[in-house]
Design a protein around this ligand. Sequence first.
Ligand SMILES: Nc1ncnc2c1ncn2[C@@H]1O[C@H](COP(=O)(O)OP(=O)(O)O)[C@@H](O)[C@H]1O
Ligand SMILES: [Mg+2]
Length: 274
Amino acid sequence: MQQTISVQSLSLGYGESLIIKELDLDIPKGEITVFVGANGCGKSTLLRSVARLLKPVSGAVLLEGKEISSMNSRTMAKKLAILPQSPVSPEGLTVHQLVKHGRYPHQSWLKQWSREDEKKVNQAIQSTGLADLQNHPVNQLSGGQRQRAWIAMTLAQDTDVLLLDEPTTYLDMTHQIEILDLLFELNDQEQRTIVMVLHDLNLACRYAHNIVAIKDGKVFAQGKPEEVINCNMVKDVFDMECQVSTDPLFGTPLCIPHGKGRCLITKREALTVG
Ligand SMILES: Nc1ncnc2c1ncn2[C@@H]1O[C@H](COP(=O)(O)OP(=O)(O)O)[C@@H](O)[C@H]1O
Ligand SMILES: [Mg+2]
C-alpha cells in the first residue's frame, strides 16, 4: 500500500491532558479515509495535527515520506488543504473573496494573480453551487451555504490531499449528498486523497474506502467499512446498541441504532399479543 500520510507514535494533548496516545496510522494514497468515533475522542485534534495546526507532544507526521515539521509552509499548503471544524470568516468577506484565499499558497511576488487562479476559484464556486451567492458576505449566509463556501476555499487550494472536519455538518440531506458526491468525484477522477471526519456511519460506509475508528486516543479499528463496522464495534466505540444490516442501494453496512423510537410500545404490545 502506498501511503500519503504516515502518523508515527503520535501523542497530542492540551496542557496536561493527553488526548491522542502514541497513535500509529497510515493513510492510503488516492483513497477516501473517514475518521469515526465518539464526541471528544480526538478526531479533530488528530486531523489538525496532520495539517500542522497543532504541535505534537511526541511522535511525527510524514507527508509523502517527509516530516511535516521540517516542511516549508507554502510547499505544504500546495500539497495539503484543511477545512477545520466550525471555521470563522472575517466580517464582510464575500464568498468570492474567501474562496480566493485558497489560492494564496500558489502566489508569490513573482507570480501574482493569474488566469489559472481565477479558473480554480470559479471552478470551486461552480462545483459547490455558489455561483449566485459569490458576492454575498459569508457571515450573512445560512449555516449550510457558509459550509459550502469554506469547502470551495479548500477546493480552490487545489491540493492532492484534502482534510475535512465534518464537512457535512449543517447541511440538509441534499447538500450532504452533493458535497460527498463532489468529494467522491475528486477522488475518483483526480485521485485526490481525502481524509474526513463524518458522524453519519452509514454515509461513511458508502463513501469511504477506509474507515478509522478512534477510541481512547488510539486507533480501535481500521479497514474497509465491511471489515470495521459491526455491532460490537459500535457498542465499543459509541457505547450504543444497534443492528447492522446491508444498505439496499450500495450493499455497504447499514447501522440501525436501538433506542426508544415512537413505535416501540406498539411493537412491544404486538409482540406480547402475538
Ligand atoms: N483547544 C483546546 N484546549 C483544550 N482542550 C481541548 C481543545 N480542543 C479540544 N480539546 C479537548 O480535547 C478532546 C478532544 O477534542 P476533539 O479533538 O475536538 O474531539 P472530536 O473532534 O473527536 O469530537 C476533548 O476532550 C476536548 O474537550
Ligand atoms: Mg471534532
